[in-house]
Design a protein around this ligand. Structure first.
Ligand SMILES: NC(=O)c1ccc[n+]([C@@H]2O[C@H](COP(=O)([O-])OP(=O)(O)OC[C@H]3O[C@@H](n4cnc5c(N)ncnc54)[C@H](OP(=O)(O)O)[C@@H]3O)[C@@H](O)[C@H]2O)c1
Length: 328
């Protein structure tokens, strides 16, 4: 059996679980389904019997080793952040109980969700929505919290404001369009022609087809620009911002850090969203889903044995909404 540096000594001496690990950074072929020790929940944690996990571009970035400064060089490493399943054991001080169906996102940079069990801090989890299957709930945490944190917390989007969402048909974008509508904004969504119907159904007020129109050529002004796809920069789009508008990007780069620093002394602001999982945000999202205000769009799901295929699909950057892995 393989040792598991992520959990250190907090593993059960004899219990095992199936998990997808990587033994080095690289292409989808480095993802390997194997048997590893089962973790033990520590203070404030619960052990979740994982039923489904969400697949995100961040999992691909971690697998490729693009953030080795954060993910280190100790292998094997379990990747993945989004999780939905059942609490089977509560650590000391945990405020979730055995039998609770939960969903959430593991905040550790490498994650450790692609496994039959995960020990997770309770504050990174909440009770799962009751109106959708766990397979659907697993698609929510990372992407929807990114959209919520970018629009409501970073950009302080208010009712009546105009927002431009670039990359409206992907994992984050499908939530961003709907959350912006829930917050009462006018939404202009940017997608290709193949996704116009989907994004319109989700509530976008107008659509820009990026294959026909360059965003920089738009005449309108926006209070908020959420550059989900991240192929623009603040300087490209600042002329589209209203006088005190905010531009939010999703991709950490030297450029965006410089723009964020410079915009402290400017009226138009640049921001970078860095998603963190929080109980209160997951609860807000659950309420929206259970009230029928937030639809979860799952493009496709794969059995965990096809995890490499799921990563290959993710890397096409053509997902309509989310991708999910079934762990069972
Ligand atoms: N900083 C953070 O905390 C954070 C959190 C979450 C995500 N992210 C980052 O945010 C980015 C988006 O994540 P995601 O999950 O939404 O990705 P995703 O699901 O892979 O996005 C796929 C979507 O992008 C669209 N797309 C492709 N080329 C485009 C273009 N040139 N312009 C506009 N849209 C285009 C595709 O639509 P078409 O097929 O129609 O082109 C597809 O629907 C990723 O880079 C991810 O790493 C960062």
């Amino acid at each position: 059996m393989t040792a598991l540096p992520q959990y250190g000594k907090h593993v059960h001496p004899s219990e095992t679980m199936r998990a997808v690990v990587i033994d080095r950074y690289g292409g989808p072929e480095v993802l390997r389904l194997t048997t590893v020790p089962r973790p033990v929940p520590t203070r404030g944690q619960v052990l979740v019997r994982t039923r489904f996990v969400g697949v995100n571009p961040k999992d691909v970035i971690v697998r490729k080793g693009k953030f080795q400064i954060a993910t280190g060089k100790k292998f094997p490493l379990i990747v993945g952040h989004d999780i939905a399943g059942e609490v089977v054991e509560a650590g000391p001080g945990a405020d979730l109980n055995k039998g609770d169906l939960v969903y959430g996102m593991i905040n550790d940079f490498a994650g450790r969700a692609y496994a039959e069990y995960a020990a997770v801090d309770c504050q990174q989890l909440a009770k799962a929505p009751t109106s959708v299957e766990l397979a659907v709930a697993a698609a929510v945490p990372l992407a929807a919290q990114t959209a919520l944190q970018a629009l409501r917390d970073d950009a302080e989007l208010k009712a009546g404001q105009n927002v431009l969402i670039n990359g409206a048909s992907g994992g984050v974008g499908v939530f961003a369009v709907q959350i912006a509508k829930i917050l009462g904004a006018q939404v202009t969504a940017v997608c290709s022609h193949r996704n116009v119907d989907l994004v319109t159904e989700l509530g976008a007020d107008s659509i820009v087809d990026y294959t026909k129109t360059e965003l920089v050529d738009l005449d309108e002004r926006f209070d908020v620009i959420f550059d989900v796809f991240g192929n623009y920069c603040f300087d490209d789009l600042r002329k589209l911002l209203s006088e005190r508008g905010t531009y939010v990007n999703t991709i950490p780069s030297a450029r965006i850090f410089k723009d964020v620093a410079r915009s402290f002394v400017r009226r138009k602001r640049a921001k970078l969203v860095i998603v963190k999982s929080r109980r209160d945000q997951l609860e807000w999202l659950r309420q929206q889903i259970d009230a029928g205000r937030l639809r979860v769009v799952v493009d496709r799901s794969f059995p965990i044995s096809d995890v490499a295929e799921a990563h290959r699909f993710m890397e096409t950057k053509r997902a309509r909404g989310k991708v999910v892995l079934a762990v069972d």
